[in-house]
Structures are given as structure tokens and as C-alpha cells.
Design a protein around this ligand. Structure first.
Ligand code: 3PG
Ligand code: MG
Length: 434
């Protein structure tokens, strides 16, 4: 496990601190629809400001491509693409690319985050209009202890995702200390999440500390029985997690589309259900591994099935041996919901990642709701419950169970990689405790 220095292990007074957060929040028409990640970063930001640091925040937002460089010109790669076109098409292509880039600058800007942050903190957050350009640098240089600023989306520079050392050095040049609190991006080895630690003393913030402590304890010293619930469409996304958790859990509950790959692997009819035909051997070997370890490996015993992959399709319930041709499984069935709920009742530790069905469609949301409810109840009875970010976290939140769960991770991919037992580059790069 990690034994990294935290913001409390370093003197931040009078220092410029570059703090990487994961402000990659969902947005709709310029409005933040879920500010959990911003709220999650507040304790670190407050601590730094209250302890006399000048706080320079940075983050990515989305995956902007076709981007402007610092001089607000098209990126080299984009120019090369246009150069390869026939001459007659180049002018129009340049115009279109510039227009798209201009729109993307607005679409992927962190400005709405600065506004939300300022509301949450009850104090101004200074917004820079660039990343390592003149505006960011001037504002960083003028920033006083206790003040907070946010630079623009680090992914406006293609060098960010390449972990380009020169870019990381430029970021570092604005500060004396680097704090990483971006748990949701800790699985990326990018310039602002890892590279910058080569140039500055580097410690973690409270959010990273909290995430790895709660999830780390659950994995290394779980209160038993330890039950993992894994859902989602594909087995291939969860192979690493299943393999790692088989070594640790007492029961492994499977739901979601990936159940049908397991069904097919054991000769059950699956109709037109989603299935990874190249993962059948793997599915069999995972089940065998579970049995050899004495892990109770549970697959749905019935399903809610539909004719089409659509919210309005006709649907019905069938047992797992009876899935007819021309129908597809879209949720776990009623009996499975009861069985899983009963199983979860006695849990000591629960780790959940991935919905049980197409939970965003009402007819196929009941499996996920039932499991969320069962996890909430088990928590009330003393279980430690952890939901990996992403779809299952959103489901728990939308269904109103969020405050009944011990810990909902702010990381999707990051929590999955943590549960896989992989090293996270954004944490590995930080300084060890003395
Ligand atoms: C996420 O939302 O998964 C993180 O913010 C990382 O974003 P990315 O998957 O685009 O790297
Ligand atoms: Mg992601």
C-alpha cells in the first residue's frame, strides 16, 4: 500500500502550491450536473488556503481534441492533417477546424468550475484564461497567501496527455509545491497528474488520502463476509478486478450484461443478449478459479428480457435457463433481486462496481435499485460499503441512496484500477513519508 506524504507533512505557509484536482464534472449546456468531485476537493483547498498557501488549482475537463495551443492557434497535429488535404480543400478545412476549436474552448473551459468553487468556498476564485501562458503566469505570480486561482483546462495542450517533460516543467515553474488530490485521474500518467512531481516536492491531498485509505483497508483487512458486486456490460472491462477480488472476497455477485458471457460459457441460451464470444474460455476459467478459492460465485437466476435494445421495448421475466431466441437480457430478474438482497444482508464489507442492468431505462432499472437498497440496508446494519465511481455511483446517487453508503469513490477508471491492485501513477509519483 501507499505511504505517501500528505499536505499535513509539509509546510505550505507563504508557498505557491499547484494543486491538481479532478474537476472533470458532468456538464449539460454549460451547467454542472453533479459537483461531487468539486465538493470532494474542498477540504484540501481550504486547508491550503487557511495555512497560508497561495493556491493554484489545475484540472482537465473532458477530452478536447482539435485544440488551440497557447497562442490560440491550431495545434501542430491539426495543421498537419489539413496540409495533407488537396489544396482546394485546405481553406475550408482550416476555417472549420478553427471554428470547432473555438467552440471547444468554451465547451471544455473550466470557467463554470471556478464559479461553483467560489460558491462552495464563499470566496473569490481567480480564473486564468490560459494554462501556462502569460495570463496564468502573471496571476500566479501575483497570487497572495490564502488566495485561490484556477488555470484553464490542462488538456488544451496536447502535451498534457503525453506527459511531456517541458510542459510539466512549465506547470511546475508557477509553484513551490505540488499537491495531487485528483483521485479520479490518478490512473493517468499525464503531465499535471504525474510528470510535474519530477520538479517539485509532491504530496497528496485529503481526497486521495481518504479514497486510498477506505478502499485500501477494505481490500487488505476486510470485515467478513466480504462481498463484491460486479456489473456492467462487458467482462473484458472487469477481468482485472474479478481476478484480484477472487483472491480476497467470500462472495462474488455478477450482474449486468457481462452475465450473458458467463451464461454462454456454460451452455445457457442467451438469445440476442450482449456477449463477448472471445471471452468464453476466460469466463470459464474465472468461475473455476473462484470455485478453487472457495468463493461463492453468483450469477443471476432470472432476467428481465426485452425484444429490442430500447427503453420502450416489450419485456418480460424469465428464468436463466429459458431465455428465448430473439430476446435479450436487460436486467436481473425479481428472484435474483431477492436472492442478492438476502445474500447482502449479512455482509461485513461490500464493494460494488457496475449496474445490474440498463439502469437508465425505467423497466430495466429495478435490479440496480434493489441492489442499491440492499447495500444501503446492509450498511445500516454495520457493513462497510464502497461504490466505485462511474455508473453505479451515479445510480446510487440518482436513486437517493448516496448518503446511506460508507464511501462513494470520485474515481471511475481510477477506483477500478485501484480495486485491480494496480499502481496508480498519480499516487506513485508522490514523495514517501520519512
Ligand atoms: C474520469 O472522469 O474518468 C477522469 O476524470 C479521467 O478522465 P479520462 O478518462 O478522460 O482520462
Ligand atoms: Mg474515464
Amino acid at each position: 500500500m501507499y505511504n505517501k506524504k500528505t499536505i499535513e507533512d509539509i509546510d505550505v505557509k507563504g508557498k505557491k502550491v499547484l494543486a491538481r484536482c479532478d474537476f472533470n464534472v458532468p456538464m449539460k449546456d454549460g451547467v454542472i450536473t453533479d459537483d461531487k468531485r468539486i465538493v470532494g476537493a474542498i477540504p484540501t483547498i481550504k486547508y491550503l488556503a487557511e495555512h497560508g498557501a497561495a493556491v493554484i488549482l489545475c484540472s482537465h475537463m473532458g477530452r478536447p481534441h482539435n485544440i488551440f495551443n497557447e497562442k490560440l492557434k491550431l495545434d501542430k497535429k491539426e495543421i498537419k492533417k489539413i496540409d495533407e488535404l488537396p489544396e482546394s480543400e485546405r481553406e475550408a478545412a482550416t476555417k472549420a477546424a478553427l471554428e470547432k476549436a473555438k467552440k471547444d474552448i468554451v465547451k471544455f473551459s473550466l470557467k463554470p468550475v471556478a464559479a461553483r468553487l467560489s460558491e462552495l468556498l464563499g470566496k473569490p476564485v481567480i480564473m486564468a484564461s490560459d494554462v501556462i501562458g502569460p495570463d496564468a503566469k502573471a496571476k500566479a505570480a501575483a497570487l497572495k497567501p490564502g488566495e485561490i486561482m484556477l488555470i484553464e483546462n490542462v488538456r488544451f495542450h496536447a502535451e498534457e496527455e503525453k506527459n511531456d517533460p517541458a510542459f510539466a516543467k512549465e506547470l511546475a515553474s508557477m509553484a513551490d509545491i505540488y499537491v495531487n488530490d485528483a483521485f479520479g485521474t490518478a490512473h493517468r500518467a499525464h503531465a499535471s497528474t504525474a510528470g510535474v512531481a519530477d520538479y517539485l516536492p509532491a504530496v497528496c491531498g485529503y481526497l486521495i488520502q481518504k479514497e486510498i485509505t477506505i478502499m485500501g483497508n477494505a481490500l487488505s483487512d476486510p470485515k467478513r463476509p466480504f462481498i463484491a458486486i460486479l456489473g456492467g456490460a462487458k467482462v473484458s472491462d472487469k477481468i482485472g478486478v474479478i481476478e484480484n477480488l477472487i483472491e480476497k472476497v467470500d462472495t462474488l455477485i455478477i450482474g449486468g450484461g457481462m452475465a450473458y458471457t458467463f451464461y454462454k460459457a456454460f451452455g445457457k441460451p442467451i438469445g440476442t443478449s450482449i456477449c463477448e464470444n472471445d471471452k468464453l474460455d476466460l469466463a470459464r476459467s474465472l468461475v473455476e478459479k473462484a470455485h478453487n478459492k472457495g468463493v461463492n460465485f453468483m450469477l443471476p437466476i432470472d432476467n428481465t428480457i426485452g425484444k429490442e435494445y430500447s427503453e420502450d421495448t416489450v419485456y418480460m421475466e424469465v428464468s436463466s435457463d429459458m431465455l428465448p431466441d430473439g430476446w435479450m437480457g436487460l436486467d436481473i430478474g425479481l428472484e435474483t433481486q431477492e436472492l442478492y438482497a438476502k445474500t447482502l444482508k449479512g455482509a461485513g464489507t461490500i464493494v460494488w462496481n457496475g449496474p445490474m442492468g440498463v439502469s437508465e431505462w425505467e423497466p430495466f432499472s429495478h435490479g440496480t435499485i434493489a441492489v442499491a437498497q440492499a447495500v444501503a440496508e446492509a450498511t445500516e446494519n454495520g457493513a462497510v460499503s464502497i461504490i466505485g465511481g462511474g455508473d453505479s455511483a451515479a445510480a446510487a446517487e440518482n436513486l437517493g441512496f448516496a448518503d446511506k453508503i460508507t464511501h462513494i469513490s470520485t474515481g471511475g477508471g481510477a477506483s477500478l484500477e485501484f480495486l485491480e491492485g494496480l499502481e496508480l501513477p498519480g499516487i506513485a509519483c508522490l514523495n514517501e513519508k520519512d
